[in-house]
Design a protein. Structure first.
Length: 118
């Protein structure tokens, strides 16, 4: 069982930046692909980004390329999402997930709220 705890969300003005963190429990962190997903008010959950266990390959939603960067520190059991040039449309609850790949995430955090004001 993997437990995930997100942090780093908050209120930011448009054009600003935030870095989300996700701390994972368990000794096998590097075995899991880690991802970020988000859910805006009134919408379904959507894919943001994920990376492989080693961190050597990263994948992004097409609409977010160039603004968001995912990374991980396996020594700290932590995955990060650096978000730059934030837009009001980025307002959502951001969830961390662990699993096999983008479509087969097995464990989910409770989410952290990101609000971008215009």
């Amino acid at each position: 069982q993997v437990q995930l705890v997100e942090s780093g969300g908050g209120l930011v003005q448009a054009g600003g930046s935030l870095r989300l963190s996700c701390a994972a429990s368990g000794p096998t962190f590097s075995n899991y692909a880690m991802g970020w997903y988000r859910q805006a008010p009134g919408k379904g959950r959507e894919f943001v980004s994920y990376l492989t266990g080693s961190g050597s390959r990263q994948y992004y939603a097409d609409s977010l390329k160039g603004r968001f960067t995912i990374s991980r520190d396996n020594a700290k059991n932590t995955v990060y999402l650096q978000m730059n040039s934030l837009e009001p449309e980025d307002t959502a609850v951001y969830y961390c997930a662990a699993g096999l790949d983008r479509y087969r995430m097995q464990y989910w955090g409770k989410g952290t709220q990101v609000t971008v004001s215009s």
